[in-house]
Design a protein around this ligand. Sequence first.
Ligand code: PBG
Length: 324
Amino acid sequence: MSYPVHRPRRLRKTELLRSLVRETRLSPSSFIYPLFVCPGSNVRTEVGSMPGVFQQSADKIVEDCREVEGLGIPGVILFGLPESKDPRGASSLQEDGIVQRAIEAIRRAKLNLLVITDVCLCEYTDHGHCGVIENGEVANDATLEILAEQSLSHARAGADIVAPSDMMDGRVAAIRNKLDENEFQDLPILSYAAKYCSGFYGPFREAADSAPQFGDRRSYQMDPANVREALKEAALDLEEGADMIMVKPALPYLDVITRVRQQFSVPVAAYNVSGEYAMVKAAAQKGWLDEKRVTLEILTGIQRAGADIILTYHAKAAAGWLRA
Ligand code: PBG
């Protein structure tokens, strides 16, 4: 039976009806807000290609976290801009490192907020790659111990969740072992399981000052053309002990989010990355798109595709709109 018996428009007639039958309900409770921590105090520098996103010193980060908490957003993810960089990312391991100090400052403020840390080397190495370099290549196994030590250091500073984004093979196991050996057996790992080699990270590399100084990341981040490989990466990370898995970026990979969601029963996160944010902001500034409308549409789409958790620079604005 079809028209005229069936008229799908009946359920679209009023906002009350539409809201009653709505399948996807966006809520700030699934957002995570990314933050960039820099040295100093009272520093708040806007990132040119990401209007509304700032590099901030720890004191300002705490103020921002208070606002995030007030908006009903459950967590932040921290990225560090260290004072110094070297070939092995040593500054990422220091007890008084940039991220470690920020975590401690947030902890002191006693906010009801999850503090997630991005675990990677690219922000801390002078060459800008996510691992150490041996014979001109990013060396997998030599990188694992540093990532594990960095995770431990974040845990000691008070992180609630560590999120490795480097895409080295075996890093989840290395991190899990290190945390367990040091009595952090209850600290969850959110692994960037399917992280693609994407042009959409461009603005982030300005924000985090982490562009590779030679070559690219194609030998460790995934080829954008692959989805079966994403399922393999996710399966391996779960075997190694990941508690949650992430797909990144989000918009060009909605099918990957759906496939990962269908295949695994752990929470799935999606990272609505810097380039996706920058496109919306740029078009909105020109008056070409309605920022509120497209942002909520994009985030709804990411959730509808299957993401339980959405990391997004839109988190604060979207939370404000959803509450209004
Ligand atoms: C690497 C990392 C990157 C992002 C998050 N973690 C950049 C990269 O791999 O080059 C990108 C996030 C974004 O674009 O918003 N530590």
